[in-house]
Design a protein. Structure first.
Lengths: 634, 163
């Protein structure tokens, strides 16, 4: 029998497991959690784009009634933290220099939020303003103000590669077009602002409760910046009011401030960013200048692509080397391009820093490429869908930069988009100021970041046949709180409602890379499946003794275990579990881990496979422009 | 500043709160009454996450000073379901996949409640217009609109059954 025919759970719709507590308002997000004795923290931010900090006088703030502690960068050990060794340039609070408007320089804990805000005004910071640079191309010039003494020309990171033969490809092209595309920085504006509660206990254990979508990233960074061994730090994830951005991936200055203010006061400290703070601070989407050249032959087949991209990285690296690699990577992930050169440069400027926002660097890359492809199609007199279908990546394709495509339905996606959008009836026939356009892209299911890429899961089967599932995956609204229990339910023959899904707690739940790059269902899903199979094997061994059968002949279905082909020769799942635990002392605990095989990837030189599973899509948009105001309406 | 005494009826229950007059209704609901289902996000009336009903009308509770709520009847998300049963709007949001991260959900549901009280049989265009003041950054608008339609149908048929 084919597997699909035997599936009981997968493929059926289930309501999101946490939906009921979310529609009643019971679901507690980080800002809804109040702890007895809790103080309220606020962050003081730099009003300067670039300045030396000469002195910080906190006396007046400390003397204000209701203020319990004031801290500055000097309260921390001065250890730079970050993701990769060469991108570590964050400090918990600035010590002697600020590099953008909004950078955190001090923090206050007070009995209430109003007092904390008031105390910020009483902190006296002496700044010596420094020349600042805001344009990445100016920042790269000799003599431009430097943000970091060890980063000449303000270069944050670079990727450069050539695959195939660019010269040959351009020679083989009958039409070559080049244009420059600019994109702007932005913020997702997730509704739940960053929020955390920090507690530093008398035993030196630091606990941070926060809306972190990748709690283990924050955990590692928190330990690093505090100069503590990781076992002294515990990060507990709360429900997350949308992820979307790097601020919920990494440890933020607010997280460090909350725990340090707690250590100074012996009380838990909650800090909630205002939306204004979220919008001025870091983790913007990179603004890019993309100089792109594409060559095609007379039939519209792409022969060559040359791209020089400059990313405005702002004041910190975040995961900069990955960001600048990604621009080049996305350009290679949609169409077959045999000859390619990419030169990308991420540059520091005195602005809010940029990082991973949902679809990290995809919109910028596709905006440039799809726009130029349309120009080329128009000059060839070719339909915009046709040129995409001709060049679309196909299953089994291996790109010159090492992408190994397995399955791919891009052509089918283009066919469908053309059909459902009414493209042929509309293209070129719409009224003035109304237009229709198509774009296509590839994406990944989990990225090969050469660091922590794996997922793991543990589950305990309870005496009523239900399962308590722990993984390192977090639900940011995407639904893994339901999908992962569905996988467990399928393997063990129970219902998704019988499987609980735990929030991540670095002291308790298995280690995990985090929630990014559309990886959770694939990576954590496989880990969870393996954990469930592990539990099933343990149960089957015992059930086989009871049923006098072979373990491999047993079927788990509808909360029963029976011999294949003979449903009457069976027993209830919960009975077997109780037999295991009561008679044998066996707690059934399944364990699984998974990493997709991708091999080595060099981000600077660009060669290697970026994911084990690529995905593809096509999208059509019809818009109308108001000629008086310029407003665009979908 | 001296605290004032404010009388409110919230979810059918009478409250007397002592508070500074500059506090917003949203702050008092969350911080003094522990009704944290009402969310604060933008705190300036753009996102709709803090929507509650004041005397039956949808209000951004982050923009209403507590003194303005004196003597008013407030309905929050916590007061919508009765006796453990989900309200038809809540039920429709669950079954139509209209809940993702859930941060906007209480505000949208309260906005929907006020809207359906006024317009029990809305068109899709009317639903879109009514919910224009609510942001869902998971961008699950299609399912939200479907859920509102479904809730309107359920509420209509239960009304006609009662007749």
């Amino acid at each position: 029998m084919k597997e699909q025919e035997t599936l009981n759970v997968i493929g059926k719709p289930y309501p999101k497991k946490d939906a009921r507590i979310k529609v009643t308002g019971e679901c507690r997000f980080a800002g809804d959690i109040a702890v007895p004795g809790m103080l309220h923290g606020k962050m003081l931010r730099s009003p300067h784009a670039h300045a030396r900090i000469l002195n910080i006088d906190t006396k007046k703030a400390e003397a204000l009634k209701g203020v319990r502690a004031v801290i500055t960068g000097k309260d921390f050990p001065g250890i730079l933290y970050g993701n990769f060794a060469h991108t570590r340039d964050y400090l918990p609070l600035a010590i002697d220099r600020v590099r953008y408007v909004g950078e955190e320089v001090a923090a206050v804990a007070a009995e209430d939020e109003d007092t904390a805000w008031e105390a910020l005004d009483l902190i006296d910071v002496s700044y010596e303003p420094l020349p600042a640079v805001f344009d990445p191309e100016e920042a790269m010039q000799e003599g431009a103000p430097l943000l970091y003494d060890n980063k000449p020309n303000n270069i944050s990171s670079k990727s450069e590669w050539e695959f195939g033969d660019l010269e040959k490809g351009l020679k083989a092209s009958s039409l070559i077009r080049q244009d420059v595309f600019h994109t702007q920085p932005l913020k997702h504006g997730m509704l739940e602002t960053h929020t955390c509660i920090g507690f530093w206990d008398a035993d030196g254990k630091v606990t941070l409760e926060a809306c972190k979508q990748s709690p283990y990233v924050a955990w590692r960074q928190l330990a690093m910046g505090l100069g503590l061994p990781p076992h002294k730090v515990r990060v507990k994830q709360t429900f997350i009011g949308a992820g979307n951005s790097g601020g919920k991936q990494e440890a933020l200055p607010m997280d460090f401030a909350a725990v340090m203010l707690s250590s100074r006061t012996g009380r838990p400290v909650r800090i909630v960013h205002s939306m204004e703070e979220v919008l001025i601070m870091g983790h913007m989407r990179h603004a890019y200048k993309i100089d792109l050249k594409i060559g095609v032959n007379k039939d519209g087949f792409i022969q060559a692509m040359d791209c020089y991209a400059i990313a405005d990285g702002g004041a910190h690296s975040s995961i900069g080397q990955l960001s600048i690699y990604l621009m080049g990577a996305w350009l290679m992930m949609t169409y077959k391009i045999p000859n390619v050169r990419y030169r990308g440069c991420r540059v520091f400027t005195n602005k809010s820093f940029c990082g991973a926002l949902r679809g990290h660097c995809v919109p910028q890359a596709r905006f440039a490429f799809e726009g130029l492809l349309d120009t080329i199609a128009d000059e060839l007199g070719m339909d915009h869908f046709e040129i995409r279908k001709r060049n679309a990546i196909t299953p089994g394709y291996e790109a010159p930069n090492g992408f190994k495509i397995t399955t791919c339905g891009l052509r089918e996606a283009l066919d469908k988009a053309e059909e459902v959008s009414g493209w042929r009836q509309k293209k070129g026939k719409l009224p003035k100021y109304r237009g229709i356009g198509v774009g296509a892209s590839g994406f990944i299911s989990g990225s090969n970041i050469m660091g922590m890429s794996a997922c793991s899961a543990m589950l305990k089967v309870q005496e009523d046949g239900s399962v308590a599932l722990q993984s390192g995956a977090t639900d940011v609204g995407q639904g893994c709180d339901t999908v992962l229990p569905m996988i467990v339910a399928e393997v063990l023959g129970i219902e998704p409602g019988d499987v609980s899904f735990a929030l991540v707690d670095s002291d308790l739940t298995p280690i995990d890379g985090g929630t990014w790059s559309s990886r959770v269902t694939f990576y954590a899903g496989n880990a969870v499946k393996i954990a469930a199979l592990d539990a099933r094997k343990q149960i089957a061994d015992v059930a086989a003794e009871i049923l006098e059968a072979q373990p491999e002949d047993l079927v788990f279905r509808k909360k029963r275990i029976y011999v294949k082909g003979n449903p009457d020769q069976g027993t209830e799942l919960d009975k077997v579990i109780r037999h295991c635990q009561n008679r044998k002392g066996m707690t059934i605990m399944g364990r699984g881990y998974y990493n997709a095989p991708c091999g080595h990837l060099d981000f600077a030189k660009g060669y290697g496979n970026f994911t084990a599973a690529y995905s593809f899509y096509a999208q059509v948009c019809e818009v109308e422009v108001d000629p008086e105001t310029g407003q665009v309406q979908q | 500043m001296v605290k004032q005494t404010i009388d409110l009826k919230v979810n059918g229950q009478a409250y007397e709160v002592q508070t500074q007059p500059w506090r917003t209704l949203a702050e008092v609901l969350r911080d003094q009454l522990n009704l944290t289902g009402t969310k604060i996000s933008c705190a300036e009336g753009h996102c709709g996450a803090c929507t509650v009903l004041v005397n039956g009308k949808a209000v951004n509770s982050c923009l209403m000073l507590i003194a303005e709520a004196q003597g008013k009847e407030i309905l929050t998300i916590e007061g919508l379901s009765k006796g453990g049963e989900l309200h038809p709007i809540q039920d429709a949001f669950v079954t139509h996949g209209a809940v993702q991260c859930g941060f906007c959900t209480p505000g949208i549901i309260m906005g929907t409640q006020a809207f359906l009280l006024e317009n029990p049989d809305p068109s899709e265009a009317e639903i879109k217009k009514a919910l224009a003041g609510h942001l869902c950054r998971c961008t699950g608008y299609v399912q939200i609109i479907e859920a509102v339609k479904a809730a309107a149908d359920t509420m209509k048929s239960s009304r006609s059954k009662r007749r």
